[in-house]
Write a protein that binds this ligand. Structure first.
Ligand SMILES: CC(C)CC(=O)Nc1cccc(-c2cccc(CN)c2)c1
Length: 232
């Protein structure tokens, strides 16, 4: 997160850190007791290894009550996701067991109605992604508020030049922005997850490259069917 600030501990009890060998790779969030939603491109550099999911954390390294690392039973990327574009950039992770819910571990509801969030709506995004252009990785969760920008503005020739589909949304990226390691985290508008951070052009804090999110509502049928099929 660039241009943001340290989050108040445990006010985002749905936040997940996707880790490999104890290292934070991407964000994610709890959508059901045994399911985390994240971004498919987070598996690009994992060389087939399966993530572990840290829940209930504020600091990545310090011991905290209710902080717990879960094994993953299954990792299911959306069938349409690929490394060449940001399309269908979603990843469902089934935990080995149901997460123990408490004050620090909670599910976040996601938007089920497929209607665009109005431009200028101020949403919030949090993550353990880099907090400086030099790539400093924070130990604590950071957050930032960002206004939604219209798809027409985001698709302008000088911005993302018609690559933003109706299944994506954008926020202004002038100074304050998402960055490496924030992928997979939720864009929360009025307390509801509307989008999932995707890397897009993989630049951060440049107003010419607004932040891109995969909208969740268009994927409700896929999410529900995967969770139903693997239930139990
Ligand atoms: C395996 C993955 C972690 C590889 C990856 O995603 N790299 C990478 C590098 C630079 C910026 C970003 C990035 C992420 C989220 C939002 C944005 C843009 N605001 C950029 C992402």
């Amino acid at each position: 997160i660039l241009g943001g600030y340290e989050a108040k501990p445990h006010l985002r009890p749905y936040m997940a850190s996707l880790q490999l060998d104890g290292q934070h790779i991407c964000g994610g969030f709890l959508i059901a007791e045994q399911w985390v939603l994240s971004a498919a491109h987070c598996t690009e550099e994992t060389d087939g290894k399966v993530f572990q999911v840290l829940l209930g954390a504020h600091s990545l390294t310090e011991p905290e009550p209710h902080k717990r690392l879960y094994r993953v039973r299954a990792q299911i990327p959306h069938p349409g996701s690929n490394i060449h574009n940001n399309k269908d950039d979603l990843l469902l992770l089934q935990l080995e067991e149901k997460a123990e819910l408490n004050a620090h571990v909670q599910v976040l509801p996601f938007q089920r109605e497929d209607r665009d969030v109005a431009a200028d709506t101020v949403c919030e995004v949090a993550g353990w992604g880099t907090i400086s252009h030099s790539g400093h990785r924070p130990d604590k969760l950071y957050q930032v508020e960002r206004p939604v920008i219209s798809r027409d503005v985001c698709n302008h020739r000088t911005r993302h030049d018609r690559t933003i589909t109706e299944k994506m949304m954008c926020t202004d990226s002038r100074r304050k922005d998402t960055c490496k390691g924030d992928s997979g985290g939720p864009l929360v508008c009025n307390g509801v997850a509307e989008g999932v951070v995707t890397a897009g052009s993989r630049v951060c804090g440049n107003y010419k490259k607004p932040a891109i999110y995969t909208r969740i509502a268009p994927y409700v049928a896929w999410i529900d069917s995967v969770m139903a099929s693997a239930a139990g």
